[in-house]
Write a protein that binds this ligand. Structure first.
Ligand code: SAM
Ligand code: SF4
Ligand code: SF4
Length: 330
């Protein structure tokens, strides 16, 4: 196995794979309904990587140092027979994780667990049904997400992590309710600063609730040593017990330890969540390229990586045509 370092000395360790650009939610900060309607040009099936193609790429990435794969999207549980992909990947020396909005977990968690999925992160932005409905804009309920969390726990996919994007004047007042709902159950809630990903959500700095303000709302906490240098969440122990995390992507960026590459559902490799172009891996793969060729392409790509968007965010680089989160994979 090789260790690839980019231009800033960061190894390639984590791979996020988007298995679909579609979703059954329309979170206003990610896939606003007015833009992601039925006429939106979603990827065509023929352009989406098959499980065999994903598995072959993952095999190459593991030889280049990747230790962890996260399946994401869009909503990854919309991808038919996803447990078959998990089963294919599970024979590799890898941790396999999934990020989901949770509502399809009651249906799929047993098969995913049996196939070898290691862990699940569930996104949940509110406990209050009205607030949740106004954010997710899709007719799904908090109760359905909670049922998904229960289902995942009951088949051994815990400890579950909860991801909550905090947006100013939308859900700061959900922070304490989310914590009290989960802290007694060994489920950590990680609060994420709202990011300027893509160009359809109308992001403004004023909408960001800084991590330090989130921690003030949480109350007294003690910092916990990170378990890995590439952890994106800073974790804290709360006075009354339980853990809470903050992901301060905007106000205290962590590009210096970013070891994550992303592959979109149509097989493009991106070095950063904020990249606007990627390396097409699917075309050469479909044209019969050998593994050695793809390995060299990926190595060249990673070793020339200089991305650190969040550390150099300015008004001018924050404009323009950035790729959407639902495409690149969150
Ligand atoms: N659909 C799945 C879900 O929601 O968990 C997986 C994909 S979603 C794009 C992955 C994560 O990205 C979710 O936790 C979501 O809340 C987060 N996300 C989406 N847009 C975001 C933004 N503008 N800022 C911060 N986080 C965002
Ligand atoms: Fe779908 Fe996840 Fe984006 Fe919400 S955050 S619209 S659930 S992809
Ligand atoms: Fe990594 Fe790009 Fe996010 Fe920085 S901005 S942490 S380089 S994905």
């Amino acid at each position: 196995m090789r260790t690839l370092l980019d231009k800033l000395g960061r190894p390639l360790r984590d791979l996020r794979i988007s298995v679909t650009d579609r979703c059954n939610f329309r979170c206003t900060y990610c896939m606003p309904k007015e833009i992601f309607g039925k006429d939106f040009p979603y990827l065509e099936k023929a352009h989406i990587m098959t499980f065999e193609e994903i598995d072959r790429l993952v095999g190459i990435f593991t030889r280049l140092g990747v230790k962890k794969v996260r399946l994401t999207g869009g909503e990854p549980l919309l991808r038919k027979n996803l447990s078959e992909l998990v089963s294919m990947l599970s024979i590799r020396d890898l941790e396999i994780a999934l990020t989901t909005n949770g509502v399809l977990l009651p249906r799929y968690a047993p098969a995913l667990s049996a196939a070898g999925l290691d862990r699940v992160t569930v996104s949940l932005d509110a406990i209050d049904e009205g607030t949740f409905a106004s954010i997710t804009d899709s007719g799904h309920t908090v109760a359905a997400v909670l049922a998904g969390i229960e289902a995942a726990e009951s088949v051994g996919l815990g400890p579950i992590k909860i991801n909550t994007v905090v947006k100013r004047n939308v859900n700061e007042n959900e922070i304490l309710d989310l914590i009290s709902r989960f802290s007694s159950r060994d489920i950590a809630v990680r609060f994420i600063e709202y990011m300027d990903v893509g160009s359809t959500n109308g992001w403004k700095m004023d909408d960001v609730v800084p991590a330090r303000e989130i921690l003030q709302i949480v109350g007294p906490v003690k910092s916990i040593e990170p378990s890995s240098p590439s952890d994106v969440a800073k974790m804290y122990r709360m006075e009354g017990g339980g853990q809470v995390g903050v992901i301060s992507s905007v106000t205290e960026p962590f590009c210096g330890s970013c070891s994550r590459a992303r592959i979109s559902a149509d097989g493009r490799l991106f070095p950063c969540l904020f990249s606007n172009s990627g390396l097409d891996l699917l075309s050469p793969l479909r044209q019969g390229a050998e593994d050695e060729f793809l390995e060299e392409e990926i190595s060249r790509f990673w070793t020339s990586r200089t991305d650190r968007y969040s550390e150099v965010r300015t008004d001018s680089n924050n404009n323009g045509n950035k790729i959407e989160m639902s495409y690149i994979g969150g």
